[in-house]
Write a protein that binds this ligand. Structure first.
Ligand code: NAD
Ligand code: TYD
Length: 332
């Protein structure tokens, strides 16, 4: 296969490019990325000399450029998105553009070029919060944040393309993902790097919100199984069954870094903060996938990676990110 990986310079996308080149020697990867603040070609240094890998800089909202690149591939995995909930609360425009319009543009070009297998990477956040039990794929979307609403909107557009034009794709809805190369704005990479620097960890609200923690290699493997084995037109949850409160997560990170709980700073809650995410992952498990890395092992690997790759995250935290960080946490 010649796979168009959009957003391949971001966190999960770059891990996925490496995953495909490692696991499937017969496949080629075309990484198509706009290189926003979250895109970083440094994430792909390991594979840039691989003859099966190439990079094209472009915006998934740009019909002309997308049209050109779509003619050169036979498969698509769409990771490209604006992804941070807090940023979507501040400015939702880029989320509507990339997450909704971007998929619309990709769908149009993919349909025209008869792309047979197209995976759209969505999120468990489209379901919204659940007090007990777990969401199944047929449950209705009920997004809370502008980010989640944009991801849900994209999914509805994909459904419309199926019903209107008979063009079917595959959708994955992954849980909260963590691991190497995650931009240090998401909670695990932010807290690990703050703790290494003896900076406070801003824990929202009472710290009792629950997330299911999925190691990035497991997420990549889940997406890959859907790409190769999934039934067209279907959605698949990619869950880890590793639910933790944010306080438990914070304590684990502090323990691994070797710092004390005095670094925890309870701050004003995020508006519309979903209390608990939980998805039933049995549909994907029936295709033979299962998560291999548990919470403790995954956190150990992740904190170890940030410890050993200080230069990578320090460059991000020193630059434009600093202004964002100061604004974000100024009044909390
Ligand atoms: P990320 O923010 O690290 O990376 C996003 C990438 O998309 C960046 O490389 C960026 O440059 C690129 N991009 C942004 N706008 C673009 C555009 N208009 N055209 C082309 N490229 C563009 O994101 P991530 O955490 O790796 O998430 C990847 C995907 O997985 C997203 O679709 C996200 O919704 C989904 N997801 C993420 C998680 C998570 O916990 N991180 C969980 C479930 C699903
Ligand atoms: P985040 O990594 O932003 O992912 P998402 O909002 O997509 O789940 O946040 C994960 C959890 O951590 C969420 O409940 C919000 C919380 N959180 C904090 O307590 N402090 C922070 O500084 C951040 C970024 C998140």
């Amino acid at each position: 296969m010649r796979i168009l990986v959009t957003g391949g310079a971001g966190f999960i996308g770059s891990n996925y490019c490496r995953f495909v080149l490692r696991e499937h020697p017969e496949d080629e990867v075309v990484n198509f990325d706009k290189l926003t603040y979250a895109g970083n070609l440094e994430n792909l240094r390991e594979v840039e000399g691989d003859g099966r890998y190439s990079f094209v800089r472009g915006d998934i909202c740009d019909e002309k450029v997308v049209e050109g690149v779509m003619g050169e591939v036979d498969t698509v995995v769409n990771f490209a998105a604006e992804t941070h909930v807090d940023r979507s609360i501040q400015h939702a425009g880029a989320f509507v553009d990339t997450d909704i319009k971007g998929l619309y543009v990709l769908l149009g070009a993919a349909r025209k070029h008869d792309i047979g297998r197209f995976v759209h990477v969505s999120t468990d956040e489209v379901y919204g919060s659940i007090e007990s039990g777990s969401f199944k794929e047929e449950d209705a979307p009920s997004p809370s944040s502008p980010y989640a609403a944009s991801k849900a909107g994209a999914e509805l557009m994909a459904k419309a393309y199926e019903r209107t034009f008979g063009y079917q794709i595959l959708i994955t809805r992954g849980a909260n993902t963590y691991g190497p190369y995650q931009y240090p704005e998401k909670v695990v990479s932010l807290f690990a790097t703050n703790a290494l620097d003896d900076i406070e960890l801003p824990l929202y609200g009472d710290g009792m919100n629950v997330r299911d923690w999925l190691y990035v290699d497991d997420h990549c493997a889940g997406i890959d199984v859907v790409l190769r084995e999934g039934v067209l037109g279907e959605a698949y949850n990619v869950g880890s069954d590793q639910e933790r409160t944010n306080l438990e997560l914070t304590r684990e990170i502090l323990k691994l870094v070797g710092k004390g709980e005095e670094l925890i700073k309870y701050v004003k809650d995020r508006p519309g903060h979903d209390r608990r995410y939980s998805i039933d992952g049995s549909k994907l498990r029936a295709l033979g996938w299962q998560p291999r890395v548990g919470f403790e092992e995954g956190m150990k690997r992740t904190v170890g990676w940030y410890r050993e790759n200080e230069a990578w995250w320090r460059r991000l935290k020193d630059g434009s990110y600093r202004q964002y960080y100061e604004e974000m946490y100024a009044n909390r």
